[in-house]
Design a protein around this ligand. Structure first.
Ligand SMILES: Nc1ncnc2c1ncn2[C@@H]1O[C@H](COP(=O)(O)OP(=O)(O)OP(=O)(O)O)[C@@H](O)[C@H]1O
Ligand SMILES: [Mg+2]
Length: 620
């Protein structure tokens, strides 16, 4: 799933996507319509400019007539004729009036264009803001398994991709393609109305060939961009991953290997980039050639007609100006087209992501879980992460309200998985997990997780202060309660030693804290949250025996009224459990109290004596 998966052109649903896009824009339909009106006004003004120019030239031409060389329509001659125009008063007045109108039109055209952009800004930013919030919300709703499959780098890209693609599509369509098309129609209309089919045919033909060539050629060279993007996200993912694993990379002296892998991807990226540039230059040249040929033919027609006296000198100025005006925006068509392709591809990815159904969802009529006693029941639960490999194979047990049940067993037996099922990060394949008789699939996830607290096996922290991280469990808690929780988790001595105390930043993922400190932070969080059900997953595995004892006392105080499920490696921490489950390869192989399990002489008995042996060996 990682990296940018280029959606092949064929299975993209551009039309549906564009339709969806308009729903984001339509929220401000008044503004949108106003902006479109401005767009049309600006285009009318811009097309009127050459029309006026023609009038100016003609006015001067008749005024000073013979002085101007016939058959030449270049701007030099216009300048000459304007100077000459000052000889006749009437001509000058008309000319000046027209020139004034000309300036005004240019200004109006610019004013409408800027007004359009200003009006549209709110629509665009609002839509971007809405879409990116939606994407983030959705990413949070997607299941844990989705996120475990992904690279951090590519997830953050999804977010920016969504907003950027929306902005580009709007920019390109509203500010580029639609205005150009409108202008083209106006120009074609003027040519057809004023100068006959020959001109229209050449201009329409040139534009047609131009567009055809641009689209075909751009389509072909998309592959190089795709390759670039693919290698770019591969190398990006690799770089982010290697930096996230900074410590691991150093432990194994693998900097060279990481850099080599990155370097290889970047080399491929560079090659694809060069190919992309070369083909782009070819494209640009091809476009310029088509335009040059088209403009030349049109100007030849115009000169023929001026010479033949069919059209005036003003007309030639008009035609020339119209052509230039038309082809300038077309020049960027290739870029616009490519931009639109990328933006549509990105938009497609983001919208597909948004359509992706979260695997874990609240039922339509799910009600809030109301804890009455806090009894946990696992009833013949079967579960596997991957179909081929069952992890939990028919487990049943009950944790009575207010009691403590311990789960012990070898690594990989499925202990932490039980906790994930209780939190409903995954759904069971068969059987059920119930709290107070309510299946966890029947209540809302929010209410379920509100009732549960966990001290996880690996605690990760936000890169913020200790105070922030503790209060994360209960943002409304007063400072006093935060301090109290820290005291209960045996953290206060440690925090007191820190120069910045509670305002110390813990580093990315909490890496500036020791394992044991992080565990105590997690315990303090649970104290603050104070839920009726608590899961301790190896809560004290990173602590030395003395701190462990101190914390166990604190933990017991926290868990006194709560129902607790304690997962432990060190059996000495669970001797007081009301029931101990010995889990092996996804099955409960023994259950009972510490005494009864010792007496039965099974796996628990073996484990106990093994650990006892280790501890006494360590002691001597
Ligand atoms: N997301 C996952 N996808 C596939 N397999 C997984 C996933 N998470 C865990 N597993 C596998 O499920 C098995 C049980 O994992 P679990 O974390 O429950 O073990 P555990 O009993 O808590 O072990 P430990 O004592 O080492 O923490 C392991 O073999 C693990 O490889
Ligand atoms: Mg575990």
């Amino acid at each position: 799933m990682h990296g940018r998966v280029e959606a092949p052109h064929s299975n993209r649903r551009d039309f549906e996507n564009l339709k969806k896009l308009t729903t984001y824009l339509w929220e401000y339909k008044g503004r949108v319509l106003l902006a479109l009106a401005c767009l049309m006004a600006s285009k009318l003004a811009i097309v009127a400019v050459p029309l006026l120019l023609k009038e100016i030239v003609n006015a001067l031409d008749t005024g000073v007539g013979t002085q101007v060389g016939t058959g030449a329509g270049s701007s030099d001659n216009i300048a000459v004729s304007v100077f000459d125009a000052f000889s006749g008063n009437d001509v000058m007045l008309v000319g000046l009036g027209l020139v004034g109108a000309y300036g005004l039109l240019r200004m109006l055209s610019a004013a409408f264009k800027e007004l359009r952009d200003a009006l549209f800004a709110r629509v665009r930013y609002r839509a971007m803001h809405k879409l990116s919030t939606e994407v983030l919300t959705h990413l949070h709703n997607l299941s844990l398994s989705f996120h475990l499959d992904r690279h951090t780098g590519s997830i953050t890209k999804d977010l920016s991709r969504g907003t950027n693609s929306l902005s580009s599509i709007v920019n390109l369509l509203v500010f580029n393609i639609v205005p150009t098309a409108a202008e083209f129609l106006l120009v074609a209309g003027i040519l057809l109305g004023g100068y006959g089919w020959e001109y229209t045919l050449v201009v329409v033909g040139t534009v047609g060939i131009y567009i055809f060539f641009t689209l075909k050629f751009s389509g072909w060279r998309m592959q190089f961009r795709h390759e670039m993007n693919r290698l770019d996200s591969l190398s990006n993912g690799r770089a982010v991953d290697s930096l996230l694993n900074y410590e691991t990379v150093k432990y194994f002296n693998n900097e060279q290997r990481e850099i080599r892998a990155y370097d290889e991807h970047m080399e491929g990226w560079g090659d694809a980039g060069v190919r992309s540039q070369v083909t782009m230059s070819t494209l640009n040249f091809g476009q310029a050639a088509v335009v040059a040929v088209g403009v030349t033919i049109v100007m030849m027609l115009a000169i023929r007609d001026v010479a033949g006296g069919v059209i005036s000198l003003g007309d030639i100025v008009l035609i020339n100006a119209l052509m230039l005006q038309l082809f300038v925006p077309l020049n960027v068509l290739g870029v616009v087209y490519r931009g639109l392709q990328y933006a549509l591809a990105d938009m497609d990815l983001v919208l597909k992501l948004l359509e992706r159904e979260p695997e874990i969802q609240d039922k339509p009529k799910a009600s809030a879980l109301a804890i009455t006693e806090a009894r946990i029941e696992f009833k013949d639960v079967h579960f596997s992460y991957l179909e081929e490999r069952p992890i939990i194979k028919g487990i049943s047990f009950t944790v009575e309200p207010g009691t403590k049940v311990a789960v012990v067993g070898p690594s990989g037996a499925g202990k932490s998985t039980l906790s994930r099922l209780l939190f409903r990060f995954y759904d069971v394949n068969a059987g059920s997990v119930c709290i107070d008789g309510v299946d966890v699939r029947d209540c809302t996830q929010t209410s379920l997780r509100e009732s549960l607290g966990v001290v996880p096996q690996d605690t990760v922290m936000f890169n913020d202060t200790i105070r922030y991280n503790l209060a994360y469990a209960n943002p409304e808690a007063s400072d006093e309660r935060v301090f109290e929780a820290a005291r209960r988790a045996n953290l206060d001595d440690f925090i007191a030693q820190l120069p910045q105390g509670y305002d110390t930043i813990v580093g990315e993922r909490g890496l500036k804290l020791s394992g044991g400190e992080k565990q105590r932070m997690a315990i303090a969080r649970v104290v603050l949250k104070n839920p009726p059900i608590i899961v301790f997953d190896e809560a004290t595995s990173s602590l030395d025996t003395r701190s462990e004892q101190a914390i166990l006392v604190g933990m017991d105080a926290v868990a006194k009224r709560a129902t607790s499920l304690v997962i432990a490696h060190r059996l000495s921490t669970v001797v007081d459990a009301d029931q101990i489950l010995v889990l092996d390869a996804g099955e409960i192989v023994e259950r009972g109290t510490h005494e009864s399990l010792l007496n039965s002489g099974g796996l628990y008995n073996d484990l106990w004596h093994m650990q006892l042996g280790n501890e006494s060996a360590n002691a001597t």
